[in-house]
Design a protein around this ligand. Structure first.
Ligand SMILES: Cc1ncc(COP(=O)(O)O)c(C=O)c1O
Length: 311
């Protein structure tokens, strides 16, 4: 999966050399934060989608966790771009900052180092064939963490246990994705995606107060859909509204944007990606490949970043 080069604590090394001490807090307790970033090939080389926003979110997640990251934003931009350039055919980048091994494995230990790594791998289509048919989703029995359980707006490694279980449950039931509800019983998000429903010409998504990650793809969709002339609204969404919506789609860095074909076996709309969904998907497809001038600032060319940061 990753047999190339990994950026580990400041240097590019062979992936097999990037090892983790067994008593690391990251491994023992999930004490770490991570990101997922897409790289898209273009005629001009690799474009990294919303690099600065992902690095900002990584640092913000670390702050919420209380994890000190010993690298600047610029050093992290460089790390991401160098790693993708060092791994031919990689299209998905995974930066992670996590607690290493300290003087003790006791929970209150504070003297462990923070390790930072960036791996780049080939993801391709997250759900193969999804664009044509849409995805099948089931409601997860696992509730989205509450605000008092964990800083839910941070991408904390240990916080992903419920997401992994939800996604595996979905796959075991021949579905592609899981929908997670929050403690109030309203719709939160997917295992690693935000959700939108389409009602007439309005595109709605749950607000941050639903306990969701502030997805960068979600933000992209909101800006893009408004530019396409749709009304975009944040509102609490009930499970019933998802089933009855004209169209539903989910979005995230890995999944990109995909229409939802069914929820818990009930077909959504006509059971195929709808007109609005298709328009949003095709605009996003061009946008991330640097084909829409208005959004070019979101697409950083990896080689340019490396050159400009090194100057
Ligand atoms: C729980 C969760 N929600 C939503 C998203 C979508 O976020 P983004 O669009 O920034 O990838 C992700 C993916 O990172 C996620 O893990």
């Amino acid at each position: 999966m990753n047999d190339g080069k990994v950026w580990y604590d400041g240097q590019l090394v062979n992936a097999e050399e990037a090892t983790v001490p067994l008593l690391s807090f990251g491994l023992q307790y999930g004490w770490g934060v991570f990101e997922g970033i897409r790289a898209y090939p273009s005629s001009d080389g690799y474009l990294i989608f919303r690099l600065k926003d992902h690095v900002n979110r990584l640092l913000r997640s670390a702050k919420l966790l209380g994890l000190e990251v010993p690298y600047s934003e610029k050093e992290l931009y460089l790390a991401v771009c160098e790693t993708v350039l060092a791994n031919e055919h990689a299209d998905y980048i995974r930066p992670i900052a996590f607690g290493g091994q300290g003087s003790s494995v006791a929970l209150g230990t504070t003297d462990m180092p923070t390790h930072v790594a960036v791996a780049a791998t080939r993801m391709g289509e997250y759900v193969p064939g999804a664009e044509a048919r849409g995805i099948d989703v089931i409601t997860s029995p696992w509730e989205k963490s509450r605000w008092r359980a964990l800083p839910v707006t941070a991408k904390i490694c240990g916080g992903y246990i419920a997401s992994v279980m939800a996604k595996r449950d979905a796959n075991r039931h021949q579905a592609d994705e899981a929908l997670m509800l929050n403690a109030n019983g309203t719709v939160a998000e997917g295992s690693a995606e935000n959700i939108f429903i389409v009602e007439h010409d309005t595109i709605c998504t749950p607000p941050l107060s639903a306990g969701i990650l502030e997805g960068i793809t979600r933000d992209t969709v909101m800006q893009m859909a408004a530019d396409l002339g749709y009304e975009v609204k944040e509102k609490e969404i009930a499970w019933d509204e998802v089933v009855s919506a004209e169209e539903v789609f989910m979005c995230g860095t890995a999944l990109e944007i995909q229409g939802v074909r069914s929820l818990d076996g009930r077909l959504i709309g006509k059971g195929l990606p709808g007109t609005v969904t298709k328009q949003v998907i095709s605009t996003y497809h061009d946008l991330v490949r640097g084909k829409i001038p208005k959004y070019l600032a979101w697409c950083d060319r990896a080689e340019t970043v490396v050159k400009s940061v090194l100057i």
